[in-house]
Design a protein around this ligand. Structure first.
Ligand SMILES: C[S@@+](CC[C@H](N)C(=O)[O-])C[C@H]1O[C@@H](n2cnc3c(N)ncnc32)[C@H](O)[C@@H]1O
Length: 372
């Protein structure tokens, strides 16, 4: 294989050395293997290596970055890791590794959303994912005077949408998955919004932000991952200004069914979800303890509204009807989900409650005994 090395700017504007050609046959074989294993498709050439030796695909800036690493065998390594994660009962991955493996295999056709969607009025997955982001922003009463901290922003689709619809003063995003942060930054720059949206690699549970720096904290379908949700609530309280709002679209545990096969199915589904999707045991909250956690974190006017009826059935129906959406699931998920399509959403998602939670930081400091 002939390699012609040349220097060029990479997606994030750094100097990189990139390969001018890679044998088409080899790429096709790798691509097929990775697709079978559920790793995001290898996009067409050119491929670049950045200064850290990471492999990067230059053809489609919005879907082009993947988690492939280091050398030509990187994608094979990822495919093997993906298969091990999917098929080995006890294999656990932390959130950054999980989303690194999923790479740009997102749900929507146009954007790169990674949520189940809010289907009250939506007809397509693109509409539903955006509707969930809008629901959160509306619950936060987001507007031009607000500095927003958005944790777990995925590829920043929600932030781009919010700037367009609600024009908040500034959005600071925090995300632990490096490949998402890099691609999201690129998307923000491409839309000329780098002065309005700042994206940082960092955790929701140890925010690299000063006290009382924002008016709104949002977490769209991600707080179940945090280690722990209670630590995130404490951090949200710290970074919010007095009177600031916290809004979450979150997945929690449903109340247990009376004994029987539904109860066993709930326990099984939650265990699978927690194990495969990086959910710490401490986050297995049901609605009442969840509400109590927000109050214990110092928040007032706490409201936790179940919205699962507008999430799970729509998502389940869409997977049955929209072949393109179904095909975007990793293969490892597609095989079992074909069988689940024969069951109704209540049975498949019986273990889960989907909530929209809002809470406010008091405007005045309280004494430890609750007095103002
Ligand atoms: C299901 S995706 C949702 C992405 C996006 N909010 C959306 O709706 O498309 C969960 C996101 O949470 C991020 N995440 C997981 N743990 C995190 C943590 N401790 N701090 C910040 N982000 C985290 C992941 O990297 C991923 O971007």
């Amino acid at each position: 294989m002939q390699r012609l090395w040349k220097v060029r700017q990479d997606l994030v504007g750094r100097r990189v050395a990139s390969s001018g050609s890679i044998a088409a046959k080899g790429r096709a074989a790798l691509s097929g293997f990775c697709e079978q294993a559920g790793v995001s498709r290898l996009p067409a050439a050119p491929i670049s290596l950045n200064s850290g030796g990471e492999m990067r695909f230059m053809s489609d800036p919005d879907r082009g970055a993947t988690s492939a690493r280091n050398h030509f065998l990187g994608p094979l390594g990822d495919a093997a890791r993906f298969a091990a994660w999917a098929y080995t009962p006890f294999q656990r991955l932390a959130a950054p590794e999980l989303y690194g493996l999923l790479a740009t295999r997102a749900f929507t056709t146009n954007g790169l959303y990674l949520n189940l969607g809010y289907w009250k009025a939506a007809r397509t997955i693109d509409e539903a994912c955006a509707a969930l982001a809008l629901l959160v922003a509306e619950a936060a009463r987001m507007g031009p005077d607000d500095d927003v901290v958005d944790v777990g922003f995925g590829f920043a689709d929600q932030d781009l949408l919010w700037v367009e619809r609600f024009a908040p003063r500034h959005i600071t995003g925090l995300n632990v998955t490096p490949v998402q942060v890099r691609l999201a930054r690129h998307r923000v720059r491409r839309r000329g919004l780098a002065d309005r949206i700042t994206l940082i690699e960092g955790s929701a549970t140890a925010m690299p932000l000063p006290d009382a720096c924002c008016d709104i904290v949002t977490a769209v379908e991600c707080a179940f991952h945090f280690h722990t949700r209670a630590d995130f609530i404490a951090e949200a309280f710290r970074v919010l200004r007095p009177g600031g709002r916290l809004v979450l679209a979150d997945v929690i545990r449903a109340a247990p069914e009376p004994e029987g096969w539904r109860r066993r199915m709930q326990d099984f589904s939650w265990r699978q979800f927690a194990q495969k999707f990086a959910v710490p045991a401490a986050n297995a909250d049901q609605r009442t303890p969840y509400t109590a956690k927000l109050r214990a974190g110092g928040f007032e006017t706490v409201d936790v509204t179940p919205i699962g009826e507008h999430v799970f059935p729509g998502w389940h129906r869409a997977l049955g009807e929209d072949e393109a959406l179904f095909a975007r699931l990793p293969l490892a998920g597609r095989l079992p989900y074909r069988l689940l399509l024969n069951l109704d959403a209540r049975t498949v998602y019986g273990a889960f409650d989907y909530v929209l939670a809002t809470a406010r930081k008091p405007t005045q400091e309280r004494m430890p005994n609750g007095a103002i």
